[in-house]
Design a protein around this ligand. Structure first.
Ligand code: AP5
Length: 216
């Protein structure tokens, strides 16, 4: 099962990808997480991406395409993957289509996460993450058992630099300009499934699990 998770920042792509991966044995390839890892490690890719990410803009198509193609090839023999936050522009989607054809990889479905803008802003403003295991929390919707501490490994939770109010607004604008056109791009393929993702996490999870049992 090879999936694309499409949707605006804060729609829950990362949160739900992690749970779906555990349940269906597929692997998550989150473009943002891979880029942040490169920034942390100070690789040449990370050095080029850092400032762009901090202001909530998009990293160049060429850099992201090359990075994601290498990651996908490394997983080719697995049970499948979720591309979370990739592709994000028409140029990336066209390049991915060619890459899949060349590598004989079949795309199973594209999930289009949809939620009202005020919900997205609220979710991003309250997001906290574990720098060690990557688990995502929300101060109110999905709080850890102990304030500010990861339930899994006791690590201190952190706030993403691009979750500042002004950067959130810019990321939403970038989504509307560059990523939203992908909804129609994939609708034409017949593989797109719209998911109303503005509800609480258990109800969104239920919708997704039902959908995946059907398409698995
Ligand atoms: P990335 O890390 O991909 O960020 P994003 O797409 O902006 O998405 P988010 O991670 O913010 O949102 P999400 O939908 O995963 O929400 P989450 O599950 O965390 O990208 C970051 C940057 O990297 C980009 O700005 C760009 O610079 C660069 N980049 C990445 N990919 C690129 C590409 N392809 N091309 C170029 N540049 C690229 O949930 C958010 C919060 O809500 C959490 O606190 C969570 O607990 C809570 N929550 C989630 N679901 C629910 C629910 N159902 N109910 C209540 N709370 C919920």
């Amino acid at each position: 099962m090879n999936l694309i998770f499409l949707g605006p920042p804060g729609a829950g792509k990362g949160t739900h990808a992690k749970v779906i991966c555990e349940k269906f044995g597929v692997l998550q390839l989150a473009a943002g997480d891979i880029l942040r890892k490169n920034v942390k490690e100070g690789t040449s890719l990370g050095l080029q991406a850092k400032a762009v990410m901090e202001r909530g803009a998009l990293v160049s198509d060429e850099l992201v395409n090359n990075m994601m193609f290498a990651e996908i090839l490394a997983l080719k023999s697995s049970k499948g993957f979720i591309l979370d936050g990739y592709p994000r522009t028409i140029v990336q989607a066209e390049a991915l289509k060619k890459f899949f054809a060349k590598e004989k990889i079949a795309l199973t479905a594209v999930i289009n996460f949809m939620a009202p803008e005020e919900v997205l802003v609220d979710r991003l403003s309250g997001r906290r993450g574990c720098p060690k295991c990557g688990k995502i929390y929300h101060v109110r919707n999905m709080p850890p058992k102990k304030d500010g501490i990861c339930d899994r490994d006791g690590e201190k939770l952190t706030i993403r630099k691009d979750d500042e109010p002004e950067t959130i607004r810019h990321r939403l604008k970038v989504y509307h300009e560059s990523t939203k056109p992908l909804v129609e791009f994939y609708r034409k393929t017949g593989l797109l499934h719209d998911v109303l993702a503005g509800g609480d996490a258990p109800s969104v999870q239920k919708i997704l699990e039902k959908l995946f049992e059907k398409i698995h």
